[in-house]
Design a protein around this ligand. Structure first.
Ligand code: FDA
Length: 321
């Protein structure tokens, strides 16, 4: 969810389009789309992702890698996603990051890519698949965080996360400040060892479950952030918003947290200068690095977040026609 939603009337249209297989074919088939996608996605191959992570670590930032894909309805596709993560984690072993806490290397998982939406036993399949990935991650000393998807999946995702945390106590998850329920979820998940990535939220959600006005989303983010910072867990401040970054720094100072007790996170290709500034100031900053061929939904959500991205996309369309 972008704080710019109210001045971007196309946001709901773009977010609906993000889930349209027909439009996916059209947009993916446009040659010049690639150049724009490259701004937000590290590449289609594992080697491109590993090269991006290498550069990120060399610059003093941390990384979390997401193998792109969501809403899988085919068990074979869910298996292929697990294989991609297992292979990626093997190549993490070649990266030279030290494995102290906080862990510089992490993977981010979408349960819907691991089978959560499969009609029979989806939740169990996703749990088993995530368990296999978390086992491999533990072997190479990488962290794992489970992404948040649309609100219809929140209960299932949080119960899967609770089950995974029994075996992997450092496993983290994402909470979305635009949901009415999230402040309470933050209270319940701010205990010792809990790693929570707090973001504003990027899906199209109804007013019955989510704040719609940007100011209300921002106010909720600030309240949730305070709950997490006041708690005993490890807050992960996933926002490019300077107001939220300042608030996080203030809360961290007020609660006496050291820089090892929380971290900032931003998306690949967004506000790289601010990422470096935070690192230069001694903060931990993790970059969320998506890769793979299934970039469409992720790309459309980035377009929906910012009218300037959309204008750039439209201008490229026009100049290529
Ligand atoms: P906001 O949208 O208000 O943007 C603040 C400023 O950031 C803008 O003014 C602009 O300068 C810059 N900016 C923001 N988006 C930009 C863009 N697309 N292009 C260029 N500049 C941009 N969501 C979700 O629902 N589930 C999830 O699991 C995750 N996971 C996740 C991980 C990480 C590490 C991050 C940083 C974000 C997510 N998100 C997410 C996405 C999140 O919900 C949200 O949509 C975006 O981060 C944008 O919100 P901001 O907090 O950055 O604020």
């Amino acid at each position: 969810m972008s704080a710019l939603a109210s001045i971007n009337p196309l946001r709901p249209v773009l977010l609906a389009a993000a889930r349209s297989p027909r439009l996916e074919k059209t947009v993916a088939g446009m040659g010049m789309t690639r150049k724009l996608v490259d701004r937000f996605v590290a590449g289609e191959s594992e080697s491109a992702a590993v090269a991006a992570v290498h550069d990120i670590l060399a610059s003093g930032r941390f990384a979390t890698v997401d193998y792109l894909g969501e809403d899988t309805t085919d068990p074979a596709q869910a298996d292929a996603t697990v294989d991609a993560y297992l292979s990626l984690l093997r190549s993490y072993a070649t990266l030279t990051a030290s494995l102290d806490a906080p862990r510089p290397l992490e993977v981010s998982l979408k349960l819907s890519a691991l089978g959560q939406a499969l009609p029979v036993d989806g939740e169990k399949i996703a749990l088993d698949n995530a368990h296999r990935i978390a086992t491999a991650a533990a072997k190479v000393g990488a962290w794992v965080t489970v992404d948040a998807e649309d609100h219809t999946t929140t209960d299932s995702t949080l119960s899967t996360v609770r089950a995974l945390r029994e075996d992997f106590p450092t496993l983290g998850t994402v909470l979305q400040a635009y949901l009415h329920r999230t402040e309470q979820d933050c209270r319940e998940l701010s205990g010792v060892g809990s790693r929570i990535r707090l973001c504003k939220g990027a899906y199209k959600e109804p007013a019955s479950v989510a704040f719609q006005k940007p100011a209300d989303v921002d106010a909720s983010y600030a309240r949730c952030l305070k709950v997490l910072m006041d708690g005993d867990g490890y807050p992960m401040v996933a926002s490019h918003d300077p107001v939220m970054i300042d608030a996080a720094l203030r809360f961290a100072r007020a609660t006496g947290r050291s820089v090892d007790d929380y971290e900032f996170q931003m998306l690949f290709g967004i506000r790289a200068g601010e990422q470096q500034r935070l690192v230069a100031d001694g903060e931990h900053l993790r970059v969320y690095v998506p890769y793979g061929t299934a970039w469409y939904g992720y790309f459309m959500r980035r377009l929906a977040e910012r009218p300037a991205n959309l204008m750039f996309f439209m201008r490229s369309l026009a100049s290529n026609n």
